[in-house]
Design a protein. Structure first.
Length: 286
């Protein structure tokens, strides 16, 4: 009585080369598809690492556009902090300032706090005092400044405490970091209860989008940016995903064609042997 095991053994003995070829094709196709899957997983991990390197620990940035001429208030920051899933908030102000009055050059100046969240975002390490400044590498090169030098901003002198190196794969921005308490006084409509133009928010895992929706419900005029939804990263990752999926489909199609051709050759040989046996009268005809 024939079983699947005996039939398989007989088939292997009759055409072991074809069977090994079929097994090799299946193994190679599985390895290639798994390689594509691992590559996609690594690409996703790399995308998260790039976002982390660029934006630091923050997951959301919420505030008002400059044309709205409105600042976040202390009460709003308290409301943001009360949302479930929010772990840390840091206020940021942005103003266009005149640097080195005799050169009449203007740059965007960012007012920051001294917490770990904003430090991870702008990649500086020092604690800024009221008379301290941090310059990007490009600004330091333009004004020929180094650590310890004095730089005039809005007719006030600040001491350069740190120069931000250019991140790999990016251009050095024209940016100056000053204490938030200084910058927000230079902004229009500045009031004692305001804290800045934007707030950087760190959330628990996978809650950024849900919290972003809640922030919009608190104030529909707020601008909420989710770092994981950065268009550049998403477009690159989606293009990579499409390429990998198409490539995997082609691998499966080619493997299927090769398997079909191998089995057709195998069955053709078996059919040929049966025809020879029948011609010799060994195999009973129906």
């Amino acid at each position: 009585m024939f079983t699947m095991r005996t039939i398989a053994l007989k088939l292997f003995r009759a055409a072991w080369a074809n069977v090994l070829t079929s097994i090799s094709i299946i193994t190679i196709s599985i390895c290639l598809v798994m390689t594509m899957s691992v590559y996609i997983w690594n690409a996703n991990s790399q995308m998260k690492a790039d976002i982390q390197a660029l934006y630091g620990d923050m997951d959301l940035m919420v505030g008002y556009n400059p044309d709205q001429q409105q600042l976040l208030t202390t009460q709003q920051i308290e409301d943001f902090s009360a949302l479930p899933g929010v772990t840390q908030i840091s206020s940021v102000s942005i103003a266009q300032t005149t640097v080195e009055q005799e050169k009449n050059t203007t740059f965007y100046t960012v007012g920051v706090e001294n917490d770990d969240l904003v430090k991870s975002r702008y990649h500086f390490a020092v604690n800024l005092g009221l008379n301290d400044a941090v310059l990007s590498e490009n600004v330091a090169r333009i004004f020929k400044k180094s650590v310890g030098d004095s730089i005039e901003i809005q007719s006030k002198n600040f001491v350069v405490q740190e120069i931000l190196p250019t991140m790999k794969g990016t251009d050095s921005p024209n940016i100056i970091l000053l204490p938030n308490t200084i910058v927000k006084t230079w902004m229009n409509n500045s009031q004692p209860q305001t804290v800045g133009m934007f707030a950087l928010i760190k959330t628990k895992d996978d809650l950024a989008k849900a919290i972003g929706t809640e922030l919009k419900q608190l104030d529909t005029t707020l601008r909420v940016d989710i770092m994981s939804d950065d268009d550049l990263f998403k477009q690159n990752f989606q293009s990579l995903m499409v390429f990998m999926v198409v490539l995997s489909v082609f691998i499966l199609l080619i493997s299927s064609v090769l398997l079909l051709s191998t089995f057709q050759l195998l069955f053709y040989k078996i059919k040929e042997q049966l025809m020879i046996l029948r011609a010799r009268g060994i195999c009973e005809t129906s």
